[in-house]
Design a protein around this ligand. Structure first.
Ligand code: SF4
Length: 75
């Protein structure tokens, strides 16, 4: 499948959800250490690189990224 274009940190929705490419750089008080896109239920990519997120259709998010809508994936 063709790679989706990378979500821009300046995208209005990305800003609204406080998205960061590197979860360890998040200053959002809701960010918990260890949480990133790979353990979020809205992510459907692999463990590294970039992948799709249901909240950002048509864009790819960083596997190590994070946003305030993070919900821990159910096992
Ligand atoms: Fe990452 Fe989940 Fe936020 Fe999507 S909703 S950007 S997968 S933390």
């Amino acid at each position: 499948a063709a790679d989706l274009p990378a979500l821009s940190s300046s995208d209005p929705t990305a800003k609204a959800l406080d998205y960061v490419e590197d979860n360890t750089k998040s200053t959002n008080p809701k960010h918990k250490a260890g949480d990133d896109c790979t353990n979020c239920q809205f992510y459907s990519g692999g463990p590294t690189g970039r992948g799709p997120c249901q909240l950002f259709p048509g864009k790819s998010v960083n596997a190590k990224g994070w946003c305030v809508s993070h919900v821990v994936k159910k096992a």
